[in-house]
Each structure stands twice: as structure tokens, then as C-alpha cells.
Design a protein around this ligand. Structure first.
Ligand code: ZN
Length: 159
């Protein structure tokens, strides 16, 4: 069975950056996703299209097809007060409450009254290197199609 729209695909993967540093891995517990539902980054989904269980591939995904380019307008100044009494250091990651919910940010620099944070995705601007093995491919169930994600092992679990 081939990977096409509305199939549930299980993959084992290792994600590394340009230097070969491992960023993420399924660690032998395959990830299940619903193909065509944008459950994984577009550049990876596109390369898996038409492949079959047992296929092993190396995929290089440019930032535009992954987490986007680094957007300088997302480097923002936040008053120190917003962090409460927490000790703040460069490189720390925080969840800030913004207009549309919470936003993960990274501290870039510190001033007396303000903290400059980067609200880009941590992988924005990065080319991603995937080593992917397709473990299984099956038809999605009606429930999975209506939810827009895979259920079961490696997929979404409902409480
Ligand atoms: Zn569901």
C-alpha cells in the first residue's frame, strides 16, 4: 500500500540539523500521522507521497517547507515585569501569554527594564535533515478522517 491522501502512516525518524546534531527522533516508537492532513511539516509529507512500507529515505527540507524563515519582526521587547520574579538568562525559553494564547519565546538579550525575546519557532530558518523509515501504511478509519489525525499507536490519544 502506498502513501497517499487519507492513509495513516507510521514512520520511524531521526531529525538532524546541518551540523548533524540530533534534534528529534521517534526512538523506535513510530509516529503515526494522517497523510494529507498537515500533521507533519509540508516538505516531509511531500517526499513521503507515493512511498511504501519498508522504504527508507533521506529527506532534506528547506526552512520554507519546514518551520518557515526566521522573521526579524518576531524579535520583540517585553517588559521585565512580564516575567515576574523569575531569574532570566539569555537562551532561556518561556511561555508568554499573548493575545491569541500562549507563545513560546527564547530570551535573546537583557536590558535593565526590558527583555528581548525571539518568538520564532526554534527551528525557523533551519534546513532539516530527516532519516525516515516507513513502518506501515493503512487506510484511515472514519473517526480519524473526521478528526483530521491518526489514532492508536504513535497517534493521537483521547482522554
Ligand atoms: Zn481524534
Amino acid at each position: 500500500m502506498q502513501v497517499t491522501q487519507d492513509k495513516v502512516v507510521q514512520i520511524d525518524y531521526t531529525l538532524t540539523d546541518a551540523k548533524g546534531t540530533v534534534i528529534d527522533s521517534s526512538k523506535g516508537r513510530p509516529l503515526a500521522y494522517l497523510h494529507g492532513a498537515r500533521g507533519i511539516i509540508p516538505g516531509l509529507e511531500k517526499e513521503l507521497e507515493g512511498k511504501s512500507a519498508g522504504d527508507h529515505l533521506q529527506v532534506v527540507v528547506p526552512p520554507e517547507q519546514a518551520y518557515g524563515l526566521h522573521d526579524d519582526s518576531l524579535l520583540i521587547y517585553v517588559p521585565r515585569k512580564a516575567f515576574g520574579k523569575r531569574k532570566i538568562e539569555k537562551g532561556m525559553r518561556f511561555e508568554l501569554t499573548a493575545e491569541h494564547g500562549t507563545q513560546a519565546v527564547t530570551v535573546v538579550s537583557l536590558q535593565r527594564e526590558t527583555v528581548r525575546v525571539d518568538a520564532n519557532h526554534v527551528l525557523a530558518g533551519q534546513t532539516l535533515y530527516f532519516d525516515v523509515k516507513i513502518v506501515s501504511v493503512r487506510d484511515a478509519t472514519p473517526d480519524e478522517l473526521s478528526h483530521g489525525h491518526a489514532h492508536g499507536a504513535g497517534g493521537h490519544h483521547h482522554p
